[in-house]
Design a protein around this ligand. Structure first.
Ligand code: IYR
Length: 243
């Protein structure tokens, strides 16, 4: 049907709904899977993703740069508000920068754990065993710092708006964590708050705000994780019953 309308458009000079002059469209090229293959892949992906854990004990062993770049390609393929792709990923590998990053993050975290965190928040964190020591920021061979573009600079100092940039970055971060896990690499989503020091330390422009710090590497052979469970599907989904 769409194809017919598309071809009609060429003949009549009309465009199907959503298309307009000066903004070219092209065929999707969708590859339709047989249902059994679809189900097989869904099981395989579920199984693969089920083994992902946030890791706090990293080995300092180096990781393939290409795997990091490919995971970032996946992250940067995420859908974004108005397709404005409001993100920058800074990949830190050198010890000096990682040490500065850790020192600044730990300074924030000391204040968080000693003063800013409410007793309720600390109680919520207790099962994770977190504290203000952020050793992963120096032991992980690679730390990806993701920046959200709050707006884009235009010539003459004007600003172009971005739309849903936080949601877009959240989706891209999910893609990134999944892609790194798929490549056999462990991550820890870390959000030191406030994160203002990161833009300064990594020399980012004023429109960029740190969104996520993601140490990446192999887990230490003796790495341990909290023995906690994921909520079962019945707890997190409902099939809507039509009235
Ligand atoms: N940013 C602190 C505290 C913290 C907060 C949440 I929400 C976590 O899921 C884990 C930790 C820290 O990194 O320790």
């Amino acid at each position: 049907m769409w194809r017919d309308r598309c071809c009609d458009a060429v003949v009549t000079g009309q465009y199907p709904s959503g298309e307009s002059a000066g903004h070219p469209f092209r065929d999707l090229g969708f590859v339709r899977l047989p249902p059994e293959e679809s189900l097989r892949r869904s099981h395989a992906f579920l199984e693969a993703m089920s083994t992902r854990r946030s890791v706090r004990h990293f080995s300092s062993e180096s990781i393939p740069r290409q795997a990091v770049e490919n995971a970032l390609r996946v992250a940067a393929s995420a859908p974004s508000g108005a397709h404005l792709q409001p993100w920058t990923f800074v990949v830190v590998e050198d010890d000096a920068t990682k040490q500065k990053l850790r020192a600044a993050a730990e300074a924030e975290e000391r204040e968080f754990y000693a003063q800013r965190a409410t007793p309720e928040w600390l109680a919520a964190l207790a099962p994770l065993g977190t504290d203000d020591i952020k050793e992963h920021l120096t032991t992980a061979p690679c730390v990806i710092v993701m920046f959200r573009h709050r707006w884009e600079p235009l010539l003459g100092g004007a600003r172009r708006k971005n739309y849903y940039s936080a949601e877009s970055c959240g989706i891209a971060a999910g893609f990134l964590i999944a892609a790194l896990h798929h490549a056999g690499l462990a991550t820890l989503p870390h959000t030191p708050a406030p994160m203002g020091f990161l833009a300064e330390l990594l020399h980012r422009p004023a429109n960029e705000q740190a969104f996520l710090v993601l140490p990446v590497g192999y887990p230490r052979p003796d790495a341990r994780v909290p023995d906690i469970q994921r909520r079962p599907l019945e707890d997190v989904m409902v099939w809507h019953q039509p009235e």
